[in-house]
Design a protein around this ligand. Sequence first.
Ligand code: AMP
Ligand code: MG
Length: 341
Amino acid sequence: MNTSVLSTDLPQEMKHAVDEAVRLLAAGDVVALPTETVYGLAADALNAEAVAKIFAAKERPSFDPLIVHLPHKKDLDTVADVPEGIVPVIKKLTERFWPGPLTIVLPKKPCVPDIVTSGLPTVAVRASQNLVFNRVARTLDKPLAAPSANRFGSISPTSAAAVKMELDGRIPLILDGGACHHGLESTIIKVEPAAPKPLITILRPGPITPEDLKVFGRVQLASKSKDKPEVPGQLPSHYAPRTPLRIIERPSDFIPEHGKTYALLSYRGEESDGYLGLHEWKAMHILSPGKGKLPEAAVRFFYALRQLDQAGADEIIAEPVAERGLGIAIMDRLKRAASKA
Ligand code: AMP
Ligand code: MG
């Protein structure tokens, strides 16, 4: 299969690209689309055969459920049943964060095929903010299942070029919408009724932080027991480069092995942080030069990981970032990239 990449920069390019994507999706095919988080591989969420093509292209195991993206936030009722006890809080959350990088797990409607939810009685739903994605979803006027457009377990793509690297020859079309605004996958939550406030459990940390959510309820992070993952797809090893990656908590913990080459994933690239001068790094990427800003680090994270993976070093050494705000989501991805389990 030949994989075409269509630009959306000029108005006439955008129109042609959207028309092509809609034509393929309506015919039950898959198309890679930009979202504000990472690039997604989309298919009509209500067409089981189309969704099966996502799993095949990504080599994704069938136990890992997909997120359903709505054309408009008002379409929530078409795929999910909001339990009575949480109607007010879901209304507030969707008013505040949709369209945007917040995914909510809710009981599913029968029209959502089992392949989308891996047989679970619940469906994960969000509405994307990306202009190109929205034009496609709204023209097609159907919910789209769209996991990240990479091979299963590999680094999420934040550009059309990265999608091409991952899925070339496996999908018919990629729409190029430029770099992704956030660069990390959506925050996934489940919401339960509780007194005096609803309980919001973060199943996957992302761009919407615990701080952002705490006005709407009591917020907790899902426990990360290895044996009993709270979320089926939240496997310990994910987002992984082919090159082994190790997080070094303190510079003094790094003892290079003779003859081995190393690449550095640096947070701020500051000499005074103690990592730069530790070694003659074969390659280095700085996530947010200077003061270190977490949103900038998030945007560059997967790109930097992809570049370092191609540097041909024996190991990637990563500096940790502070585990607060967006740093929680970055460290989540970094730990999964480092995990061999
Ligand atoms: P992505 O691969 O970024 O599309 O994210 C999909 C992830 O959403 C899966 O790997 C699961 O972790 C999570 N997810 C999807 N559906 C459900 C669900 N019904 N219940 C809990 N988590 C879900
Ligand atoms: Mg993914």
